[in-house]
Design a protein around this ligand. Structure first.
Ligand code: ZN
Length: 332
């Protein structure tokens, strides 16, 4: 993986290569933008660039000891904190950063801290991290990664060099899938559309059939709801309190894509549908439903998804609300 292999993100790459060229690393960076578009990969390549023993034209060599160890997350001067685990970065994690930052690099030129999903800091942990950022040791680089930067403390935001990452185009994702996986053009087109600009999602969809099964259960859920069979809808969906946050949120996102397609179909734009292989189901569910009803459902679902991420609420809780709301809209 090199800067060249990272798809899109030309502006971000230029900015970071500029820092490599000028050898300015004693900074806090914020890589922000939607999920699954290469922020973490870019952070690793940038870290390799900082410590590479044979930097060439502002590109790391990917062959030296530093590049290899960083690529495998094994470099002693690299610390990765992953906020996506349990959607939480606790005070203990910020202590880890303090411990790490206290000593000089062991073998690299710089020590680097990468914090994924940095918006998941508890306030206490964020304030503790701030102490390091306010007085960044001269051998330390901090890279914060976030898809929801507005949730970070303003005092942290104001200290960071902001590097924006953008959603990829459907074409970029489609080409990547065709070039890297055994996949038909039709499926690449479908999955790249469903991924809404996130390569990470497209790759997630491709591996195994769990996505297709999940989508099937959400389609059945909609059929049951339309027929006012609430219990069946729930049972079929298989959402339980013990479900992982991630799985529950995935199903919510699938629901929003399907309802979005219902809206497209109902407005006469079936050619703009994303779930192009499900036109028959979409048509059937649409029958007898008003455009306004679908629109209201969609905006409720979208705002629910936003709340789960903004307020770190368990998405499972939203399924009850959404189900009742959709039922109310349909049978108003
Ligand atoms: Zn190297």
């Amino acid at each position: 993986m090199s800067f060249e292999n990272i798809i899109g993100q030309e502006t971000a790459k230029k900015i970071l290569q500029g820092f490599l060229k000028r050898k300015i690393f004693n900074r806090t960076f914020l890589f922000y933008g939607p999920q699954g578009i290469g922020k973490f990969t870019t952070a690793l390549v940038f870290s390799q660039g900082i410590n590479c023993l044979n930097l060439n034209d502002n590109n790391p060599c990917f062959n030296c000891r530093a590049c290899l160890l960083i690529g495998n997350l094994k470099h002693p001067d690299l610390l990765v904190i992953d906020g996506s685990i349990n959607a939480n970065i606790k005070i203990e994690d910020s202590f880890k950063v303090h411990d790490f930052a206290r000593t000089l690099p062991l073998e690299g030129k710089f020590k680097i801290v990468i914090i994924r999903d940095a918006h998941h800091f508890t306030t206490e942990a964020a304030n503790n991290l701030l102490k390091i950022l306010e007085d960044l040791p001269e051998y330390l680089t901090v890279i914060l990664i976030s898809s929801h930067p507005h949730l970070l403390l303003s005092t942290i935001l104001s200290r960071a060099v902001k590097v924006q990452f953008f959603s990829l185009s459907q074409e970029q994702i489609e080409l990547f899938l065709l070039g890297n996986y055994e996949i038909t053009e039709g499926r690449a087109h479908l999955l790249s559309g469903l991924s809404l600009g996130s390569l990470g999602k497209a790759i997630d969809y491709i591996s195994g059939d769990s996505f297709i099964n999940m989508r099937k259960s959400v389609i059945d859920y909609l059929y049951f709801l339309k027929n006012n069979r609430l219990v069946d809808a729930f049972t079929n969906l298989g959402i339980q309190d013990k479900d992982s946050r991630e799985e529950s949120l995935k199903k919510l996102e699938i629901l929003s894509l399907l309802v979005r397609d219902l809206l497209m179909y109902s407005a006469g734009y079936s050619h703009l549908m994303i779930n192009i292989d499900l036109e028959r189901d979409i048509k059937e569910i649409c029958e007898g439903l008003d455009f306004e009803v679908i629109q209201e459902c969609l905006s409720f679902i979208v705002s629910s998804i936003k709340s789960t991420t903004d307020y770190n609420v368990n998405p499972t809780l939203f399924w009850d609300k959404i189900t009742i709301k959709i039922k109310d809209y349909i049978y108003a």
